[in-house]
Design a protein around this ligand. Structure first.
Ligand code: ADP
Length: 220
């Protein structure tokens, strides 16, 4: 695709400024997609080969969630997405911080991409017991057919109906699965057609502070 459009600029659209910039934009988008694909393939093959060890450290996953949400400000300000974070305690996770960041990003990016017109995403942290917290990422999109649920964590799986609407590599959830399996953390998904999907995972660690009220943050 990159080659075809580069050739079009050379042969046809070079003298037509509008066509030329249209074709250049396609090349830029396509290069981004290829770069993302290469990174995902490398990440996944490293994870699957067992060549990467997890680096455990103690960090506040609660603060990490709020920090990541801060990076979505532009998306909410410019494109009208709404994010609601809810956590009633500060939870210190014992996990690989970089990899857990990647899990959060992949799941939140999917929620943003698939949430549909409602443009709303909820991130909820629940305390399961003294040593377990569960993070849930919920969108208000079209949902996933029950028969497809067991497939979506597989490599390269992309639901047919989404293929054209959302650009993706089909590897994000496989990376999430590998990272969580490596940590021995439970994970899963539930979904209702026409209502939305909730992807969840658990982390091990400890509560360091209880918040009085549900801390809810809506970024418009
Ligand atoms: P990608 O999003 O790049 O296609 P993923 O591995 O992240 O790859 O997801 C695999 C497939 O699972 C997606 O193509 C899509 O069909 C489905 N999927 C993932 N997240 C959601 C979601 N929040 N809502 C609906 N479908 C989803």
């Amino acid at each position: 695709m990159v080659k075809a459009y580069a050739e079009m600029i050379r042969d046809i659209s070079g003298n037509n400024p509008e066509k030329r910039s249209e074709h250049i934009n396609i090349i830029i988008d396509e290069s981004d997609r290829l770069a993302a694909l290469v990174n995902d393939i490398l990440d996944l093959s490293k994870l699957e080969s067992g060549a990467v060890e997890i680096n455990l450290s103690a960090f506040s996953i609660t603060k990490k969630i709020y920090e990541i949400m801060g990076r979505y400000t532009l998306l909410s300000e410019q494109q009208g997405y709404k994010f609601f974070v809810s956590a009633n305690a500060d939870f210190e996770a014992e996990a690989d911080i970089i990899k857990m960041e990647q899990v959060l990003y992949n799941l939140i990016n999917n929620a943003v991409n698939y949430t549909g017109e409602n443009k709303t995403v909820y991130i909820t942290q629940l305390i399961v017991d003294g040593e377990t917290a569960r993070i849930e990422i919920t969108d208000t999109g079209k949902g996933i057919e029950p028969e497809l649920l067991p497939l979506i964590f597989d490599r390269y799986y992309r639901a047919e109906k989404n293929k054209r609407e959302v650009i993706g590599t089909g590897l994000g959830l496989s990376i999430v699965k590998q990272i969580l399996k490596q940590h021995n953390f439970k994970f899963g998904v539930r979904s209702e057609l026409g209502i939305g999907s909730t992807f969840w995972f658990e982390v091990k660690g400890r509560v360091t502070e209880n918040y009085d009220d549900d801390d809810e943050e809506g970024t418009k």
